[in-house]
Design a protein around this ligand. Structure first.
Ligand code: GLU
Length: 428
């Protein structure tokens, strides 16, 4: 008797949208290919440490509000934990867990001596004053002090946090340890130990992997139509650098909506409009499109550079792009990746495509510890070398195992961490 195809149940959908389960599914696939034994899989899948903190803050109106913060350290076998801190209303522990694991794999893919960590505070930065944001940042830093440090865990910017946030973290940490410790965070302003080229690094990495993928596909940038979901540090700068390489950027978006111009947007002008008006809406030489429709429009390359769970099993069939370059962390669910694989869409996965940021974070940490700062040219040259090498390593692994670039990136990353684990052995 033939059975009707099972409908997607609510719990399957919940699982698909849980980034940690999505990460775990991709991890398990790669671990199987590597024949990792059960014990090793368990060690590498689980976060090493999770900290939840309550942050009482005196608000501008005199009331006291308690915010919740997290810092998850997924793994530090290869070095100090590394990863950003995000401020957003929907931050939750499973998301931070997934993001911290992705940092472990990301640092391993680009072969920098860090493990993975991630932090988050549940708050809506749009509703907070600068003073309130500073208080939250300082209290959060003080609350996770015991597990931070240049040799332990080194945060960086992520969604809704920036150079100013990093300066507050550096100052709070330094005041506690009674010495200026610049290497405790990366993504700082250049004047207090930041690295040249760090701000643009994630976008630059996106541009570089796109260039490498295009070469493999035998395509040139000219007349290649690109849709960028997002317009922040990753999407905005990524779009600008792609535009300068000759790609036609036909659409950009922000949290309020998307803009489209089939003839190609003048990206520097769009970013200037965004700087002045704080939203893309109203940019004169483009039409408005709802965010819900943007990623399904006709294009050659799609750069999701906003947030998680954008390409899912429900919509992966509607994507027109033949190449997806993931500027965001986790924009494609594990189930959607399978559909894209069947359709022959090339996906440059997040843990490779957006690794430019953490690579220059590593350079920043090195410069801080040396007390000797590099030119932007040196930073950019070393970034390019690291990203091109990582791209080639992933590509070779994909060929060797006959798998997608996503699975290959996991295989490569997990194998490197597993080798360290084998060499170090189990303590205790
Ligand atoms: N938040 C960025 C990421 O997801 C940068 C992390 C870092 O530089 O430590 O990769």
């Amino acid at each position: 008797m033939s059975k009707a195809p099972a409908a997607v149940t609510a719990s399957q959908e919940l699982d698909e949208f849980n980034p940690f389960l999505s990460m775990a599914q991709l991890f398990d696939n790669a671990a199987r290919l590597l024949n990792l034994d059960e014990g090793m899989q368990e060690v590498l899948r689980r976060p090493d440490r999770e900290l939840t903190v309550s942050l009482p803050i005196v608000m501008d109106d005199g009331s006291t509000k308690v915010f919740t913060g997290y810092r998850v350290q997924h793994n530090f076998l290869r070095g100090p934990c590394k990863g950003g801190i995000r401020f957003a209303p929907d931050v939750n522990l499973d998301e931070v867990r997934a993001l911290s694991a992705w940092m472990t794999w990301k640092c391993s893919v680009v072969d920098i001596p860090f493990g993975g960590g991630k932090g988050g505070v549940i708050c809506d930065p749009r509703e907070l004053s600068k003073r309130e944001l500073e208080q939250i940042t300082r209290r959060y830093t003080a609350s996770i002090m015991d597990i931070l440090g240049p040799d332990r865990d080194v945060p960086a910017p992520d969604m809704n946090t920036d150079e100013q946030t990093m300066a507050w973290i550096m100052d709070t940490y330094s005041m506690h340890v009674r010495r200026t410790t610049t290497a405790v965070v990366t993504g700082k302003p250049i004047s207090i130990g930041g690295s040249r080229g760090r701000r643009e690094a994630t976008g630059r990495g996106v541009m570089l992997v796109c260039r490498e993928a295009m070469k493999r596909l035998g395509r040139r940038p000219e007349n290649t139509r690109v849709i960028v979901q997002g317009s922040g540090n990753v999407g905005g700068i990524g779009a600008l650098l792609l535009y300068r390489e000759g790609y036609k950027i036909i659409s950009l978006s922000d949290m309020y909506g998307a803009i489209v111009n089939e003839n190609g947007l003048d990206v520097p002008q769009v970013l200037e409009h965004l700087r002045q008006h704080r939203r893309l809406e109203g940019y004169p030489e483009a039409e408005s499109v709802a965010n819900a429709d943007q990623i399904f429009m006709d294009c050659d390359v799609l750069v999701p550079a906003a947030t998680e769970n954008q390409i899912t099993s429900r919509n992966a069939n509607r994507i027109k792009a033949r190449l997806i370059v993931e500027g965001a962390n986790g924009p494609t669910t594990a189930a959607a990746q399978e559909i894209l694989d069947e359709r022959g869409v090339t996906v440059v996965p997040d843990i490779l495509a957006n690794a430019g940021g953490v690579t220059v974070s590593y350079f920043e940490w090195v410069q801080d510890r040396m007390g000797y700062f590099w030119t932007e040219e040196i930073v950019n040259t070393r970034l390019e070398q690291a990203i091109v090498k990582a791209f080639n390593d992933v590509n070779d692994t994909a060929k060797k195992y006959d798998v997608s670039m996503r699975t290959a990136a996991y295989v490569l990353a997990i194998e490197r961490v597993a080798n360290v684990y084998r060499m170090r052995g189990v303590f205790g």
